[in-house]
Design a protein around this ligand. Sequence first.
Ligand SMILES: [Zn+2]
Length: 376
Amino acid sequence: MKKNFIVELAKQLISIPSISPADLGCQEIISNRLRSIGFTVEHININNTSNIWAFRGKGKNLTFAGHTDVVSAGKKNLWKFPPFSPTIENNTLFGRGAVDMKGALAAMIIAAENFIYLNPNHKNRLSFLITSDEESLAIDGTKAVIKKLISRKENIDYCILGEPSSNIKVGDSIKNGRRGSITGYLKILGVQGHVAYPKFSDNPIHKSISFLKELISHEFDKGNDFFPSTNMQIVKVESNSNSENLVPNELLIIFNIRFSPVITVQEIKKYFQKILLKYKIKYFIDWKLSGLPFFSTPGILTKVVTKAIQYTNKITPILSTAGGTSDGRFISLTGAEIIELGLLNKTIHKVNECVEIEDLCILSKIYEYIMNKLVA
Ligand SMILES: [Zn+2]
């Protein structure tokens, strides 16, 4: 394994401050590398998002997917080294994007270079879908490219998404689905008045207490073999009273629900209508759906990935659907079998984001093993 090549490429990408949805040339570096080993590369730029669709060969299609954008570095003075000046200390590479997910992109590209060198006439198709809009709105990125690919009848059979799926060792956890996420903005309406004359007012806070009690103990569903039960968390409760002698006329409650495919958005909304009616509450409610759940039934790809991890890192991965939303929800529309497999998630989005150099090499070897099994 050409360790220095992976580290050099990862450093090159990390040194570009491509805060979402900016790409600032990361994809140019990647597309030049892919073109020079015979890939056809298409740049699909939409508004301020950059995307690449690159492919080589025909037949069953194995796609590696990922993103070049990163979240902001936050307070730069909290970092041990400047976040966009990749630095190695104790065989660990520090910098924004080291694990999420420029390190994984470097591991993919080097794996492809090795693979193509050894298998120039591979029988199936190897492809890359890379976006710069994963961390922000995720509208003009993977979602838009997938729509385009579907309209062209471009097939994806298997997809590896390089998100940081691992916990303690590379490959100890892989993901074949994610829960959906929906936020509710509920305004409970009352009547404003003087606290000394409660008869003349209607306090929306008092009204909401028994309602909230029932709400937080409600079991939306029991989940299934792959998903935990649907879970609701209240994130904000705020009245519009700004004085200690004023009964407010409005109470805002913001809550977020992470839901499994066992329940639909419609069913969630219906439940709220029912319970608000039960407590005779006057209200307005707004919903923001940030992502539907996705689930990919384990098949050939899951078997190959499991073997690749067992062979390379001597551990057996667990299959999980934990964590936030991912671009897997868009890729799943192609019908592809999807596995998320990437670096360790313990420093993602934090200060001093870092990756062990050894982990970059292991991940690249795992990726190359998968290419060998499915594309050669
Ligand atoms: Zn990511």
